[in-house]
Ligand binder design. Structure first.
Ligand code: ADP
Ligand code: MG
Ligand code: MG
Length: 959
C-alpha cells in the first residue's frame, strides 16, 4: 500500500491540477482517443478496444477510465478526481450519440452498458464484469417495449441484478455455504416450478420477472439495503467496485504469482452493450486466430447461440466448437473470418478474441495476444516468418525460453492421462512423462532395468549413491526435497523426468511399499509421473519421446523429417546468428558431451571429476586413498586412480574434437566417498583389507559440523598436493595422447573454491609443473589454461589479485549464492515458501540468479578480473547457467559463455540469443544496459557502465 500511495503522489505532482488531466478516453465509430500502445494508461483491454476501433473493426462504442484514476482512488481514501464525473458524462453522451439511445431512458430504447476491468497485463477472471447496467423497473419495460422481446429484456435485468449484487454489493457465498446464493435461488425456483433442472435460456419472461423479485429480496436480506435504481448511481458503484477489486485477495495473489506491481492499477472500461441473448440469430463466443495448443493455422474457439457473455466460459451450457457457427450463422461467420485476418495482419501475432453476434451482426469485444504452449509458439513463429508477418529476430523472441523444455519432454498419450487416477502432486522438477515399475532402492532399480523393465525410482530423497538407479530409471519420484535437491539437479543434467517433494506419498523402505491416496503399491507395481505438471498417477500410462530428442540424440531419420524437428533446428540456427555469448555444457562423460554438442554446445564449462569416482571399482581405490595413513600409501592408491581418470579425460577430449573443456579438480569433502552404514563398512573392510575400526575412525575424523564450509575445494589439494598432482597428470597425459593422434585439445584446469590468491597460486604451481613434465615425457606440446571458480565472496572481491595467475574465471553460482546469502541450499526447504509468500525472495535464488546481491559480486569480479587481465575468459557453470533470466543477466554482464546441463543447452542458447536481440532493439544498447545494471547495483554504476560499454563494443565488432 505504501508504494501505491507514493507513486500516486508522484503522479499527482506530475499533473498537479486535476482539472486539466484527461481521465476518460473514448472510442467509437472509427475514432478513438487512445490506441494499442497505451496499455499502461488504458489497460490492455481498453488500449486494444481503441486500436480495433481505429482499424475499422465493429466495436461497440465506449470509454476507458484510466489507471491513473485507480492510483488516485487509493491515494485519496477511495475518492475520485473532481473532474471525473463531467468527463464520464461526456463519455456517455458520445455513446448515446453513436448508439442513438439514452442512458436511463424509460420511454425509448435505454442505453445499457458493460462495466469491465482491464489491467495492463490481462489478469483473466481476476475481476468481474457487469453487463446490462442501466436497467431498473422502468427501463426494463421500455427495453421490452421497443425490442418487442419481453423475455430478452427480463433476461438482461435478471443477469444484471445478479452480477451487480455479487460484484458490487458483495452478495456472495459465505463460509459454510456450498453454492453462490443467486444460483441457489435459481435452482430452488426451477425445482419449485418445473420440478427439474432446465437451462437458463428456457426460462420464460415471467420466470425472469419472478427471479428479479427474489434476487432483490436476497440483496435486501443480505445487505439491508435496496437495489439501486438510478443508472448513474449504478455506474459509479460499478466503477468503484472495479477499482476496489484491484486490492482484493484474489488479485493480490495473482499479481504476486506473476510479478505484477500493485502500482500499475486497473482501468475501467464502460462500453455500450450488444446483445447475444435476443434469440437464435444472436450469440457469444471466444476464439483464437490459430490453435494455441498445437499451433495449427485454424480458427479455434467456442460459440453459444442465444447467450450473453460469461455463459460461454461459465460451464452452465456446453458451447459448440466455433466451426459450427459457419452453418448456423454463415454471414457473421464470414465476417469473423475477415476480422481474423485483419487482426493477425495488424497485431502480427496470434490473437485471443471475444465477440458477440446480435441479430446476425458481428461485434468485437476484446482482442489480445493469445497464450500458447511451447509447441504452438514454435509453429506460430515459423509460420509467421514464412507468411511475412514477422522477421526472424521477432520469431526468436516469440519462443519463451522457459517453456522450451516442454518441446524436449516425452509426453503421455492424452486420452490415457485423462482416464488415469491422480494420486498425488509434487514439484515439477524434470519435465516430461514417465511410466514404470517402482523400486525403492538404486540397486534393485538398476537390476530391474537390466532385466529390461521400465523403472521408476521412488525415494524419500536421493544422494550420489543412488546415481546408478537414477541412470537406470525412466523417472524419479521423491517424497522430500525441492527443485534444487539432488534428485532435481541430476534429473536436469540427465534430462530425466522427475517429481520432487510429493509429500503425500508414504514410503516404507523395510516393507518395500508406497502408500498414497489410500492405496498401497508394492515394488514392481506401476506408477506414472508427469514431471511437467508434477502429477503422480496410478498404473501404467503410454508415453512417447519427443521427436527432437530422438532426432538429435539418436539421429533417428523419421524424427528428423517431422515439422517439429525442422522448426526446432531452424530456431537454433537463428539463435546462432543472433547470439554474442557462447553456450557450453556441464558434462562428466563422453556420452553427455556428445549429446550436448549435438544440441549446439561449444565446449565443456564444467567437468566434475568426482562423479567419475563412483563408478565400478574406482570407488574402492578412492576409499583406499582416503583411508591411507601415510603419503606412500596414499600415492599408491592414487596411482590406481590415475589410469581411470586419464581414460575418462581421453574420452571427453575425443568427443570434444578440439573444443575447450574446463575440468574442475576434486571438490567435495572426502567423507562423501566413505560408506556410512555398518554393513557397507564391513564390506569395504573385507574388500581392501583395512580393519573396520580404522574405517569407522576415519569416518568419525572426517565428520564436519558444517561440510558446506568445511574441508573441500582447493583446501583438499592444499592439504594433499598429491591429489592435485595425480589429477593434473591424468588430464595432461590424456591431452598428450589425444594431441599425438592429431586431434586438437584445449584443457582448462579449474581450481575450485578459491578465496585467496595464494590458494590459487599454490595449486596452479603444481598444475603448471605437471604440464611441463608431461609435455617433456610425451614429447608433445598442447595449449592449456589454468583458472579458477569464483564461488566465495572473497574470491569475487579480490578477483584482481587472483587474475594475476588465473587465465579464466567460472562463476560457481550455486556456492556463490550459498555463501553470499549465508543460506544452505539443502536446508532452505523449511522457509522457502514463507520467504516467497512474504516477498523476501521473488524467486528461488538457487534457480534464478539473485541479480541484486550475488549479481553485484559477479560484477565486481568481472570488473576487477578484467582490470588485471583484460582478455580473461569469463563464464558461469552453476545451475543458473540454464535458467533464462540468469542467462540474460550473464549476457548483460558481458560474460563469454554460460554452461549448463546437456539438455538445457537449447534453452540457454535461446535465452542468450534473445538477450542479444533485445539489447540490439534498444536505440542505444550500451547506455540502456548500463542504466539497468546501475539500477540493480547503484554502488557500482561506473563499473556497470564499463561492462556494458565493452559488451556493446564487442557485439558491434561481431556485426
Ligand atoms: P474478462 O476480462 O473476464 O474476459 P470481459 O470484460 O472481457 O471480462 O467481459 C466478459 C464477457 O462479457 C465478454 O467476453 C463478453 O462476452 C461480455 N461482454 C463484455 N462487454 C460486453 C458488451 N459491451 N456487450 C456485450 N457483451 C459484453
Ligand atoms: Mg474478456
Ligand atoms: Mg562449488
Amino acid at each position: 500500500m505504501a508504494t501505491v500511495k507514493k507513486s500516486a503522489k508522484k503522479a499527482a505532482k506530475k499533473a498537479p491540477a486535476a482539472k486539466g488531466t484527461k481521465y476518460v478516453y473514448t472510442w467509437g465509430n472509427g475514432k478513438a482517443d487512445g490506441n494499442g500502445s497505451m496499455k499502461a494508461l488504458l489497460g490492455g483491454k481498453g488500449a486494444n478496444l481503441a486500436e480495433m476501433t481505429r482499424i475499422g473493426l465493429p466495436v461497440p462504442p465506449g470509454f476507458t477510465i484510466t489507471t491513473e484514476v485507480c492510483t488516485y482512488f487509493y491515494a485519496n481514501k477511495k475518492t475520485y478526481p473532481s473532474s471525473l464525473q463531467a468527463q464520464m458524462e461526456a463519455g456517455v453522451k458520445n455513446m448515446e450519440k453513436i448508439m442513438g439511445c439514452k442512458f436511463g431512458d424509460a420511454k425509448g430504447l435505454p442505453l445499457l452498458v458493460a462495466v469491465r476491468s482491464g489491467a495492463r497485463d490481462s489478469m483473466p477472471g481476476m475481476m468481474d464484469t457487469i453487463l446490462n447496467l442501466g436497467l431498473n423497473d422502468e427501463t426494463v419495460k421500455s427495453l421490452a417495449a421497443v425490442t418487442k422481446n419481453e423475455r430478452f429484456a427480463w433476461d438482461c435485468y435478471r443477469r444484471f441484478v445478479q452480477m451487480y449484487g455479487d460484484v458490487v454489493l458483495g452478495v456472495q457465498k459465505t463460509e459454510g455455504e456450498d453454492h453462490e446464493p443467486f444460483e441457489v435461488v435459481i435452482e430452488e425456483f426451477k425445482h419449485e416450478k418445473y420440478h427439474k433442472d432446465i437451462i437458463d435460456s428456457d426460462l420464460t419472461a415471467d420466470d425472469q420477472k419472478e427471479l428479479v423479485k427474489r434476487f432483490k429480496a436476497l440483496v435486501k436480506d443480505r445487505t439491508g439495503k435496496g437495489f439501486p435504481s438510478d443508472p448513474w448511481e449504478q455506474l459509479r458503484g460499478a466503477a468503484g467496485a472495479v477499482f476496489s477489486s484491484w486490492m482484493n485477495d484474489r488479485a493480490i495473489v495473482y499479481r504476486r504469482k506473476y510479478n505484477i506491481p500493485a502500482e500499475w492499477g486497473t482501468a475501467v472500461n464502460v462500453q455500450a452493450m450488444v446483445y447475444g441473448n435476443t434469440g437464435d440469430t444472436s450469440g457469444s463466443g471466444v476464439a483464437f486466430t490459430r490453435n494455441p495448443a498445437n499451433g495449427v493455422n485454424e480458427f479455434y474457439g467456442e460459440f453459444l447461440v442465444n447467450a450473453q457473455g460469461e455463459d460461454v466460459v461459465a460451464g452452465v451450457r456446453t458451447p459448440d466448437p466455433v466451426a459450427l457457427m459457419k452453418k448456423a450463422m454463415p454471414k457473421p461467420f464470414a465476417e469473423l473470418m475477415k476480422v481474423r485476418q485483419i487482426l493477425e495482419k495488424h497485431f502480427k501475432d496470434v490473437q485471443d478474441v471475444e465477440f458477440t453476434v446480435q441479430e446476425g451482426k458481428l461485434f468485437m469485444l476484446q482482442t489480445r495476444n493469445g497464450k500458447r504452449t511451447a509447441a504452438a509458439a514454435l509453429k506460430f513463429s515459423m509460420d509467421m516468418v514464412k507468411e511475412g508477418l514477422i522477421d526472424w529476430k521477432t520469431a526468436v523472441l516469440r519462443n519463451p525460453a522457459d517453456q522450451l523444455d516442454q518441446l524436449l519432454a516425452p509426453i503421455f498419450d492424452v486420452t490415457e492421462a485423462k482416464n488415469a487416477k491422480e494420486l498425488a502432486k509434487g514439484l515439477p522438477a524434470g519435465p516430461g512423462a514417465a511410466s514404470g515399475k517402482i523400486y525403492l532402492n538404486a540397486d534393485r532399480a538398476a537390476a530391474a532395468a537390466e532385466r529390461g523393465e521400465r523403472v521408476l525410482l521412488v525415494r524419500n530423497e536421493t544422494s550420489p549413491e543412488d546415481l546408478r538407479g537414477m541412470i537406470a530409471a525412466e523417472g524419479i519420484l521423491t517424497a522430500k526435497g525441492g527443485v534444487s535437491s539432488h534428485a532435481a539437479l541430476v534429473a536436469r543434467q540427465m534430462g530425466k523426468v522427475c517429481i520432487c517433494g510429493a509429500s503425500a506419498i508414504d514410503i516404507d523402505y523395510d516393507k518395500k511399499t508406497v502408500k498414497v491416496a489410500g492405496e498401497t503399491f508394492k515394488e514392481g507395481d506401476y506408477l506414472s509421473i508427469d514431471g511437467t505438471s508434477g502429477t503422480v498417477y496410478g498404473g501404467e500410462l503410454k508415453t512417447a519421446p519427443s521427436e527432437i530428442i530422438t532426432g538429435i540424440v539418436d539421429g533417428d531419420k523419421a524424427s528428423k523429417k517431422t515439422e517439429k524437428f525442422k522448426s526446432f533446428l531452424k530456431l537454433m540456427e537463428w539463435c546462432e546468428q543472433a547470439t554474442r555469448m557462447a553456450v557450453r555444457t556441464n558434462a562428466d562423460t563422453p556420452e553427455q558431451t556428445r549429446i550436448a554438442l549435438a544440441f549446439g554446445a561449444t565446449g565443456i564449462g564444467l567437468t566434475r571429476t568426482e562423479h567419475m569416482f563412483f563408478e565400478g571399482d574406482r570407488i574402492d581405490a578412492m576409499r583406499e586413498m582416503i583411508l591411507a595413513t601415510s603419503l606412500p600409501a596414499r600415492k599408491k592408491a592414487l596411482a590406481k586412480l590415475l589410469p581411470y581418470q586419464r581414460e575418462d579425460f581421453t574420452g571427453i577430449f575425443k568427443a570434444l574434437k578440439g573444443l575447450p573443456a574446463t575440468i574442475r579438480l576434486l571438490d567435495p569433502p572426502l567423507h562423501e566417498f566413505l560408506p556410512h552404514s555398518k554393513e557397507q563398512q564391513l564390506d569395504l573392510s573385507k574388500k581392501i583389507g583395512v580393519p573396520v575400526e580404522t574405517i569407522i575412525q576415519r569416518v568419525h575424523d572426517l565428520h564436519e559440523f558444517n561440510p558446506m564450509l568445511g574441508h573441500r575445494g582447493c583446501r583438499l589439494g592444499i592439504a594433499y598436493p598429491e591429489i592435485t598432482e595425480m589429477q593434473a597428470r591424468a588430464i595432461f597425459e590424456a591431452a598428450a595422447d589425444v594431441a599425438k593422434k592429431k586431434i586438437a585439445v584445449k584443457p582448462e584446469v579449474m581450481i575450485p573454491l578459491v578465496g585467496f590468491s595464494k590458494e590459487f597460486d599454490l595449486q596452479a604451481e603444481i598444475v603448471h609443473a605437471v604440464a611441463k613434465e608431461v609435455m617433456a615425457e610425451k614429447k608433445v606440446t598442447f595449449e592449456y589454461q589454468v583458472g579458477t571458480m569464483i564461488e566465495v565472496p572473497r574470491g569475487a572481491l579480490t578477483a584482481d589479485e587472483i587474475a594475476k595467475g588465473a587465465e579464466f574465471f567460472s562463476f560457481g553460482t550455486n556456492d556463490l549464492t550459498q555463501t553470499a546469502l549465508g543460506i544452505s541450499r539443502d536446508d532452505m526447504g523449511a522457509f522457502l515458501m514463507p520467504y516467497i509468500e512474504s516477498e523476501v525472495f521473488s524467486k528461488n535464488p538457487f534457480a534464478t540468479l539473485d541479480a541484486t546481491g550475488v549479481g553485484q559480486l559477479m560484477e565486481t569480479a568481472v570488473t576487477k578480473g578484467r582490470s588485471t587481465r583484460p582478455n580473461i575468459k569469463l563464464g558461469i557453470c552453476g545451475e543458473h547457467g540454464g535458467d533464462p533470466d540468469s542467462v540474460k543477466f550473464c549476457h548483460k554482464l558481458g560474460l563469454n559463455y554460460v554452461s549448463c546441463s546437456p539438455y538445457r543447452v537449447p534453452v540457454a542458447r535461446l535465452a542468450a540469443a534473445q538477450a542479444a536481440i533485445e539489447e540490439g532493439k534498444g536505440a542505444a544498447p550500451a547506455k540502456k544496459a548500463a542504466k539497468k545494471a546501475a539500477k540493480k547495483a547503484p554502488a557500482k554504476k561506473a563499473a556497470a557502465k564499463k561492462v556494458a560499454k565493452k559488451a556493446a563494443k564487442k557485439a558491434a565488432k561481431k556485426k
